[in-house]
Design a protein around this ligand. Structure first.
Ligand SMILES: NC(=O)c1ccc[n+]([C@@H]2O[C@H](COP(=O)([O-])OP(=O)(O)OC[C@H]3O[C@@H](n4cnc5c(N)ncnc54)[C@H](O)[C@@H]3O)[C@@H](O)[C@H]2O)c1
Length: 269
């Protein structure tokens, strides 16, 4: 097991990728602390982990509330005695035309996706520094740290900001053995995907379009993203810090869309 006895906080663990991260870290031997706003949803995830023999704590937490982040860290230390890892996964997606975004909407996205993850990183890193045994922090950003889509300004600003402060933290904390990395997923099979399909005029055209624009030709599973987190939290990645790793099946390496035009010169070679 890659995370035996490590104490790991996972935010946004009530649904989507965070549930898979929690279950996967637990299967790898970690004691997991699950944070999100919904107590019943967190408890449902915790129940499954307990039934599989894992150690788990739930702490209802709103990422935009600094006092609740303090309480999350305090409860983790009270229950398990230390913190070895953090996955800053909680996030709000948000799509609105650039010219229509109002200041309150901008602040709401940045409060959760950027300021919340900064403050929690700082709190966990302080604790890790105090413990003196290193640690690993994984920031879940996005392919939006490479390029954008229409309507994504606050989300993109927040995720770029996450990369920025994490690189600074990685440099400062490396002498203490505390690593900070960014994992930037491509399009995953979660609620976000269901929303995209539901909003499309044709489900088949939507699926064909995305499959054609992802070099890997498919969506990424939550389990695949979770395995990347396990790698970054474990000693297997001991020489990696300050990296922004794209888990995107090649999406950000593709210069332009594969469709609708394919050069006949290339095709005939
Ligand atoms: N799903 C994808 O395709 C994809 C791609 C790239 C990046 N991401 C990133 O991965 C992360 C998880 O995405 P997901 O698809 O599982 O999303 P999701 O909406 O299914 O889950 C988000 C989680 O964050 C929690 N959350 C939201 N606001 C919160 C707040 N104020 N306080 C505490 N928790 C809060 C939610 O309760 C939920 O548990 C996000 O940071 C997202 O930006 C997702």
């Amino acid at each position: 097991m890659k995370l035996q006895q490590k104490v790991i906080i996972i935010t946004g663990a009530s649904k989507g990728l965070g549930v898979s991260m929690a279950e996967t870290c637990s299967r790898e031997g970690a004691n997991v602390v699950l944070a999100a706003r919904s107590k019943p949803q967190l408890e449902a995830v915790a129940e499954r982990i307990l039934q599989s023999g894992g150690e788990v704590e739930t702490v209802p937490t709103d990422m935009s509330c600094p006092e609740q982040l303090d309480a999350l860290v305090a409860r983790t230390v009270e229950r398990f005695g230390r913190i070895d890892g953090l996955i800053n996964n909680a996030g709000v997606n948000y799509v609105k035309p650039f010219l229509e975004i109002d200041p309150a909407e901008w602040r709401r996205v940045l409060d959760v996706d950027l300021t919340g993850s900064f403050l929690l990183t700082q709190l966990c890193a302080r604790r890790m520094a105090h413990q003196g045994r290193g640690g690993s922090i994984v920031q879940i950003a996005s392919v939006h740290t490479h390029a954008s889509l229409a309507g994504a300004a606050p989300y993109d600003a927040a995720k770029h900001g996450m990369v920025g402060f994490s690189k600074a933290a990685a440099v400062e904390l490396a002498p203490l053995g505390i690593r900070v990395n960014i994992l930037s997923p491509g399009l995953c099979e979660t609620e976000i995907w269901k929303d995209i399909v539901a909003a499309a005029p044709s489900e088949k055209e939507c699926i064909d379009y995305w499959n054609a624009n992802i070099p890997g030709g498919r969506l990424i599973t939550a389990e695949e993203i979770s395995r990347c987190c396990v790698f970054l939290l474990s000693n297997d990645s001991s020489c990696i810090t300050g990296a922004n790793i794209f888990a995107d099946l090649g999406m950000t390496s593709l210069l332009v869309s594969r469709e609708p035009y394919v050069s006949s010169a290339i095709a005939s070679q």
